[in-house]
Design a binder for this molecule. Structure first.
Ligand code: GLN
Length: 283
């Protein structure tokens, strides 16, 4: 089949399966398989049978609810290529807000080679983005899941990044005691509520529950990590979290209860209050 006909076929298959962005998804699949950024510039070019079969199989997986990012096996975050697949959370554009916040802190305070930990690192996207922007930083990525660690290691290699991977549970003092005198802690822990989990989009259901579910009210990780990791921060250091829509009041209370100051929130690209940064100003 020629490209244009195959494209129309794939799009119509996806549309009938109610895939919302069938045009975009088809384009991404074509770009990936045909290794061509603009595959429709050659609409009458024939697609080899083998490649056609691969494309059709990817479309089948997509209509079965598999996220596009897992099918492609790679997604972009902060302009960096990030390997993803079942067992690791897909990087979201919302999380780039956390990177912007931290770069702003580093600029404002004039930190030269900050010691940074990314907790619940998953694919490593946060740690890798920070290291790419602040090459002199000493960056640690902490992750517990074996499956996620496979991707994390691949992403460190793919990006030729010099960050340190620590396998550990962020809820355990054994892990927090390994990292001391930190300038910045960044984390996008699981924050979905029991209610959110019951209403997950089919694509998100394919992502690891351990990266999504934050306990009944979604706040278990913030409640446990904030007092524990406060001890690992330097005086003057910052704790920076991503959290879910509508959680800001609870997050602010948790930060205050743990004597953090300069509590600031930022909105993501969709206008939702998405991140917090707060400072440890006393022992
Ligand atoms: N941003 C993800 C979602 O809403 C949740 C990730 C998380 O819990 N940290 O699907």
């Amino acid at each position: 089949m020629v490209r244009q006909d195959l494209y129309r076929h794939c799009m119509s298959v996806m549309e009938s399966a109610d895939i919302p962005d069938s045009d975009f998804d088809t384009l991404c699949i074509f770009q990936d398989v045909l290794k061509d950024k603009m595959p429709l510039l050659l609409p009458y070019m024939n697609v080899e049978a083998e490649k056609e079969a691969i494309i059709l199989e990817m479309v089948e997986r997509r209509i079965s609810g598999m996220p596009l990012q897992y099918i492609l096996g790679e997604w972009e975050f902060w302009g960096l290529p990030i390997k993803v697949g079942e067992g690791v959370l897909i990087p979201r554009p919302d999380t780039e807000t956390l990177i912007e916040d931290i770069l702003e802190i580093v600029r404002k305070t004039g930190m030269k080679s900050p010691k940074i930990a990314d907790l619940c690192s998953g694919s490593g996207c946060i740690a890798l983005a920070l290291k790419s922007e602040i090459p002199s930083a000493e960056v640690y990525a902490v992750e517990l899941s074996e499956k996620a660690l496979v991707y994390l290691k691949q992403n460190v290699e793919l990006n030729k990044s010099d960050i340190n991977i620590i396998k550990g549970d962020v809820l355990s003092p054994k892990t927090s005691e390994m990292l001391t005198e930190l300038d910045i802690i960044a984390s996008n822990p699981p924050y979905l509520t029991a209610q959110d989990m019951a209403e997950l989009q089919i694509e998100v259901q394919k992502e690891p529950e351990t990266a999504l579910f934050g306990g009944n009210d979604g706040l278990d990780f913030y409640r446990a990590m904030t007092p524990l990791w406060r001890k690992s921060l330097k005086i003057g250091g910052y704790l920076c979290y991503e959290f879910g829509m509508g959680q800001e009041k609870d997050i602010e209370r948790i930060m205050r209860e743990n004597r953090f100051t300069d509590i600031k929130f930022s909105r993501d690209g969709g206008g939702i209050i998405r991140t917090v940064t707060a400072r440890k100003t006393e022992v």
